[in-house]
Design a protein around this ligand. Sequence first.
Ligand code: DX5
Ligand code: ZN
Length: 228
Amino acid sequence: MSRVNPGPVGALKIAPSLLSADFGHLSQAATSVDQEVDWLHLDVMDGHFVPNITIGPPVVASLRQHSERFFDCHLMISEPRRYLEAFAQAGADSCTVHVEVPDAARALADARALGMRAGLAANPDTPFEALEPHLGDLDLVLIMSVFPGFGGQSFMPEVLEKVTLVRRAVEDGGLLVDVEIDGGIDLATAPRAVAAGANVLVAGSAIFGRPDPPAAARALRDAAGSLS
Ligand code: DX5
Ligand code: ZN
């Protein structure tokens, strides 16, 4: 399966999270913002790693028929290695696994072997040091700015320091790695995240919770770009 081009590494990217969309009309939600956004962020939850259950490979495969955006799949699941092949076949362009799960390093290698980009996510209370050994073996680092599981939570500013540590390590190492932030990103917090070093902004409620999602995505890009 051919993958969608993710765009230049390090460039500002807006990645709306469909978690805040109407799950009865997911494809309409995806296509409504298609022209305004860079990636689509798909939140996969298993009811075990996080206390919520969302979507899996069949939904990704269905959405793939409706969108040509880069599919950035965030796997909040305890056993990602069991499902990576199914996500690759469904049309995922990238799979991000959590560093808190056993075998995260092998999952990164599996994702790449399947032709996808490989991302590693860290919960708010997971230190930079847990990510550091993997930075040469991945394409994306995802810093959670809320505890994963639900949309609409408040941004945790204390994670910005970790964003800066990741950005510095990426620059110092000359690594081709995107730095993504996820949770509570809105017009006020987006510029702070970008100033700290994030270049991929995930936003759920600040886009799909607004009456005009394409306009909200545009406003977020403008807000983020104003300080970068
Ligand atoms: C939370 C998910 C997020 C979520 C963000 O566990 O990983 O992607 O949808 O939602 P907001 O932007 O509303 O915090
Ligand atoms: Zn997410």
